[in-house]
Design a protein around this ligand. Structure first.
Ligand code: SF4
Length: 335
């Protein structure tokens, strides 16, 4: 115990001095038993850093899933993957339904509205629906795209349609549990940067089988992409899938992993997310939660607001239980 608490103290001091933790530091921290004084020290330091980086305010972003489809990419952790057999029919919101859903979401007062679609959803349709939604929301509402990979031209189209940024990640198991080469994700990061779209990312979807080495690798990939937020989120088991056998990481362990990522990102990154919303995560450095409506890749319910997805008010209550106040107005994280 003694050795680890001194080591963690040194790493916390290093991060507080504005120095970036390196791969070896991160692997050490990802290996540590979080039920220890050293683990408590790290989570406390991450909590303090997030509260200070965000000016004591947390944010809630609402994600709207535009479509349901058996996706041919077959990422093993995803409810949309055709191979997982959860959804066999295609369905998608009409432009009018999407606008209506976005306006209802906006009225609940989130700090940003996300549009999400599966990877085989028409990119042109995504851009057009995004443009229509943009024109029907308040000018100050921050609109973010969570869509499949795109090139420089795609980035420019998203920007021109009124998106301020994107969510994108090199997933844990990318190229192994997914057929998507990490290089493709990295090319999308670059295309977003070229188009002046701000990038939010995350170390996800974390399962109990992921090693400290892989967690450190994905944390560093995220940091090198210069995102406006990162964080960590666990994999939700989709019943009957091959990854279900690994089980799920506890909220307690996830809170610790969220704390490690918080420290790794450095003080200039305001946001640190976790998903799904929970008090231990918010008490250990998570200052960004998602509300969800429409389709959801972690849910077997076609309308996640009737399943796993929480609304803005439910997210707010969880943040308040962690002594956070929620920012009023447009996202500062994507600002
Ligand atoms: S994560 Fe995206 S690309 Fe992979 S199966 Fe799900 S919708 Fe398709």
């Amino acid at each position: 115990m003694t050795e680890s608490i001194f080591k963690v103290r040194d790493l916390v001091k290093k991060a507080a001095a504005g120095e970036l933790l390196d791969r070896e530091d991160l692997e050490y921290l990802f290996r540590l038993d979080h039920h220890s004084p050293a683990g408590g020290l790290l989570m406390g330091a991450a909590d303090e850093l997030s509260r200070s980086a965000g000016g004591g305010r947390a944010e809630i972003h609402t994600q709207i899933g535009l479509n349901l489809a058996p996706c041919p990419r077959n990422c093993r952790f995803c409810a949309f993957a055709a191979v997982n057999g959860v959804f066999r029919e295609k369905s998608e919101l009409s432009p009018e339904e999407a606008v209506e859903m976005a306006r209802r979401a906006e009225a609940e007062g989130p700090n940003a509205v996300f549009l999400m679609a599966t990877a085989d959803y028409s990119f042109g349709r995504f851009v057009e629906i995004g443009r229509e939604i943009r024109s029907r929301l308040k000018p100050e509402t921050v609109l973010i795209a969570n869509v499949g990979d795109f090139d420089e031209q795609g980035g420019r189209r998203l920007k021109e349609a009124g998106f301020a940024g994107i969510y994108h990640a090199v997933r844990l198991g990318e190229g192994r549990d997914t057929p998507i080469p990490p290089e493709k994700r990295l090319a999308t990061f670059r295309a977003a940067r070229e188009a002046d779209l701000r990038l939010g990312t995350c170390v996800e979807p974390v399962g109990p089988e992921h090693t400290a080495e892989e967690l450190a690798e994905k944390t560093l990939i995220g940091r090198e992409a210069r995102p406006c937020y990162s964080g960590a989120a666990r994999r939700i088991s989709i019943p009957g899938t091959s990854l279900e056998n690994h089980g799920m990481v506890s909220e307690s362990r996830m809170a610790y992993l969220v704390a490690v990522v918080r420290l790794a990102m450095g003080p200039e990154v305001i946001g640190n997310c976790t998903h799904e919303p929970n008090v231990p995560g918010a008490a250990a450095g998570a200052n960004l939660f998602w509300a969800e409506v429409g389709s959801n890749p972690r849910d077997t319910s076609a309308e996640t607001s009737k399943g796993r997805g929480l609304g803005v008010e439910a997210c707010r209550k969880i943040l308040e239980e962690a002594d956070y106040r929620v920012l009023d107005g447009p996202s500062k994280i994507y600002g």
